[in-house]
Design a protein around this ligand. Sequence first.
Ligand SMILES: Nc1ncnc2c1ncn2[C@@H]1O[C@H](COP(=O)(O)OP(=O)(O)OP(=O)(O)O)[C@@H](O)[C@H]1O
Length: 260
Amino acid sequence: MNKVIDIQNVDWRRDGNVILSEINWQVNRREHWAVLGLNGSGKTTLLNIINGYIWPTSGKVSVLDQHFGKTDIRELRKSIGWVSSSLQEKINGMEYGENVVVSGKYASIGLYEQPAADDYQRARELMEQLGCSHLANRKYQTCSQGEKQKILIARGLMASPDLLILDEPTNGLDFISREGLLAAIQQLAAQEDAPTIIFVTHHIEEILPIFNHTLLLRHGTVFNQGKTKDVLTSESLSHFFDIPLEVSWRKNRAWMTIIA
Ligand SMILES: Nc1ncnc2c1ncn2[C@@H]1O[C@H](COP(=O)(O)OP(=O)(O)OP(=O)(O)O)[C@@H](O)[C@H]1O
């Protein structure tokens, strides 16, 4: 496989508005990317294009070397794990943690097929990896927000995807749970056989060292992209957010302070 994501000159217009404009973005294997942008900058729209839920008005898209327009998107989606808040709403709260994870293999929300014993074995391993194996026999609705996210990430890995998209996975987490989830993601991404991970966030300090590349989206355009250390600079981010700020690095993570 050459490119995990290859987006060339993509525009998306809706009702006379330009929502995405001239997007060019290439993601190679062995790279993990963070996508950063304020509300309404076009992050979800871009993810919807990658997953084939919306079609670009112009431009070319290929994902995992499959060229859109020439491929069966439903087949392709089996190789893409996607964890988002809209998925969270679709999960049956009465389902047990491990069943939620196993359902990821069948790319279905509930379980309509009879899983094999080794599916449960794999689900347990993934839950172990994410630090949530103790939730295997817990009803999903009784789990905390952070616990639910870990279950959903394990679920997203169940079909052994080549691409895993984490869309604002830390939403609604307190800072302890957030750090717990980030530590699990860092560990997961560092594994030899990890899928390529795209991590979408509003917060620069959530960009873990493993996210060696970052894409900055603003008003539906790519403001900057490249190596995370080159992109998350005081100068670049002051322009990006249109406010003077200073970036400092602690434990290989960038933190920003607004300077009056
Ligand atoms: N189907 C649509 N029709 C018209 N406008 C749309 C549609 N979908 C998104 N938009 C607009 O496109 C812009 C980008 O939205 P998008 O949801 O992609 O942003 P986002 O970066 O994901 O924001 P957030 O961080 O708030 O989730 C917004 O102004 C939104 O109102």
